[in-house]
Design a protein. Sequence first.
Length: 183
Amino acid sequence: MDIGATIRAIRKRKNITIAQICDTTGLSQGFMSQVETNKTSPSIATLENIAQALKVPLAYLLLKKEERMQIVRKDERRITTSGAAELKVEHLSSTQNVRMSIVEFPPGAMIGDAPHAHEGQEVHVVIKGTIYAQQGEDGAEFTEGDSFSWNACTPHSVKNTGEDTAIVLISIYTESENGQDVL
């Protein structure tokens, strides 16, 4: 972990000097300098004092970089295609176990050639159009604003049954990072 760099970045962003941190926490400037350069590892109690002086939650100081807020601007989204219908998939933000995508279904298009199964759980929100979703023996038609969810280990399919392009927001949760590109 790079706790020292995190502390330094927050301190500088908030225009707080090392001396001010030391006045608040009772720590020496030499010690704070070593903390910020990762030459020493402070105790949890010391980190809690530093977090209070910086007015940030202690947990934030302990986050790894990949666990912090990730930003994907609209014009920076990764775009791929999926299946025989080459559905357009716009990849939104993701965490280690949750991915969100916007999928465009041209009229008649379906995810995959047949019902498929994979690890994880899915939540779908129909943004535009009409789709038919089926999981095992359950099936229903959905229109704008409708949503549904399921465990993806049971074969399932989603098909645009309308006359216009359907747009669906899909969130997929997996226990591992192996299920990264199931769409």
